[in-house]
Design a protein around this ligand. Structure first.
Ligand SMILES: [Fe+2]
Length: 317
């Protein structure tokens, strides 16, 4: 047995942990760029985040222009604001789009050129100059708070691509399930399926390890059990807590084992049609992907089937 496992993000998990944001961010600097979307969907979350930062003596510069499927323009604009205000830490609050925008800003604010120059296929890579990132997820889907990935869309070229680099691992993630209570049912379903796909694709991945297998199966089990309840009743805090934990585990899994076909195939869909959410693009691809891939890893497919359906093995005999 031989493998490597790397997951450097400090995780603070639990109800009410948002109050610790200021204390955590203060370690990295006294001026923070607070990255978020503009919408009312945040409720009191943004104000609570700002209050916590200010109580800890952190000056807050707001950047609330995050869009779904974050674009190069939005990231580069945020980077200029961070640079101009000499921000020392990026605090990203929101779903995957906000956290990925924060990661892109952390790179572009401290490196020459545009964030697009640092996509995985380019010559340049983010260095240790990348600003420290503190991630506060408000959805349970992308796992971005525990990954080394940021997905960015170039609207000019209609290309969705990404950065994959250890320097963009958030230094710290505050996972407070109370922040997810107001997430609407449809978004809960889309982001929940994204989390499932992270766990599943890392489990059947050729790069899977004994460590990621354990974490992925636990994430799959938790999502299968709790996602329907969270869709049915968004205020079911037990379901929200378990999904937040599953999403966190699944993010650790893809950082170490990677994703497979659906994530690669979903990117051109959202590149051409930004109105299609990441989770929706995955769901459209999954039935064909499962049929195509099943024969390559039958034992793993059966193991997942047994988690999803108690009588699965009996059913396929
Ligand atoms: Fe994903």
């Amino acid at each position: 047995m031989e493998f490597r496992f790397h997951s450097p993000t400090e995780i603070r998990f639990g109800l009410g942990t948002l109050a610790e944001l200021g204390h955590m961010a203060k370690r990295y600097g006294s001026t923070a760029l607070l990255v978020s979307g503009p919408g009312r969907e945040y409720g009191q979350t943004l104000e609570s985040a700002r209050d916590s930062l200010q109580r800890a003596g952190v000056e807050v510069i707001r950047y609330n222009q995050v869009v779904p499927n974050p674009t190069v323009d939005v990231v580069d604009r945020g980077a200029r604001i961070a640079h101009k205000n000499r921000c020392q830490v990026v605090v990203a609050v929101g779903g995957g789009s906000a956290i990925d925008t924060g990661k892109g800003i952390a790179v572009a604010a401290t490196h020459p050129g545009s964030v697009w120059d640092y996509m995985f296929f380019q010559d340049r890579e983010p260095t240790e100059d990348t600003l420290p990132i503190v991630a506060v997820p408000t959805t349970s889907g992308t796992g971005s708070h525990t990954t080394l990935y940021a997905v960015i869309t170039n609207t000019e070229h209609k290309v969705k691509s990404g950065i994959g680099n250890p320097n963009i691992f958030p230094r710290c993630a505050i996972v407070d399930p109370t922040l997810m209570i107001s997430l609407p049912a449809r978004l809960t379903a889309c982001t929940g399926f994204d989390a499932f796909s992270h766990a599943f694709e890392s489990y059947v991945n050729v790069s899977a390890t004994p460590m990621t297998d354990i974490l992925a199966m636990e994430a799959i089990r938790l999502i299968a059990k709790h996602l329907p309840a969270a869709i049915e009743d968004g205020e079911d805090i037990e379901a929200r807590t378990n999904l937040a934990w599953a999403d966190t585990l699944a993010g650790v899994c893809i950082s170490n084992a990677g994703t497979t076909l659906p994530h690669a195939m979903g990117q051109p869909i959202s590149g051409h049609f930004p109105q299609v959410s990441h989770g929706e693009s995955l769901a459209a691809i999954y039935p064909a992907f499962l049929r195509y891939t099943c024969g390559a890893a039958p034992e793993k497919f059966i193991a997942v089937g047994e988690v999803l359906y108690a009588d699965f093995r009996g059913g396929v005999r």
